[in-house]
Design a protein. Structure first.
Length: 173
């Protein structure tokens, strides 16, 4: 069943970050046992469409700030954009970086490839599962309509989760 819940909210609290106050949520994935996070600010179900980003945690970019030619949203840039807008949410999908994946990412820097190349071969099933987990978290948080912090992409089946994309916001604007 496509919309069967595979995540459970296990934590919720207001937290102060370097960019101000956010509401922090934690969700446990029943299948992988990973704990995913969401940082929300302002109303997500109000009259204004919230900004949304579903972000795959990336050790090198998120913790160290490695850029390596990528033009995708960083976690910090997405948080800053939500602060500017006044309302939105970032869902951070955590996944364990295997030693092999981290090594391949580092090698991709030397080969002048994009760092995402090491993650690109995870298979369509993994991508669809990630999409479903993010959609379930957004639905639980009360998001229905959203403007996505991402380049435009096809997201088939999003309506099955009761979600509607009203537009995309690129990193530059």
């Amino acid at each position: 069943m496509r919309t069967e819940r595979s995540v459970e909210r296990i934590f919720e609290q207001s937290v102060e970050t370097e960019l101000g106050e956010f509401r922090l949520y934690a969700y446990q994935d029943r299948a992988s046992l990973e704990v995913h996070l969401a940082l929300a600010r302002g109303r997500l179900d109000g009259p204004e469409t919230p900004l949304v980003r579903v972000h795959l945690a990336d050790t090198l970019r998120d913790l160290i700030g490695v850029q390596a030619g990528l033009r995708a949203w960083t976690l910090r840039a997405a948080l800053q954009r939500i602060v500017e807008a006044g309302h939105g949410v970032i869902v951070v999908l955590r996944q364990q970086d295997s030693a092999r994946e981290l090594t391949e990412t580092l090698r991709s820097f030397a080969a002048a490839a994009t760092p995402d190349a090491a993650r690109a071969d995870k298979g369509e099933g993994a991508v669809l599962r990630t999409f479903g987990v993010g959609a379930q978290i957004l639905k639980d948080l009360g998001v229905r309509r959203m403007r996505v912090l991402s380049a435009p992409k096809q997201m088939h089946g999003i309506s099955a989760f009761g979600l509607e994309i009203e537009g995309y916001v690129g990193e530059e604007g």
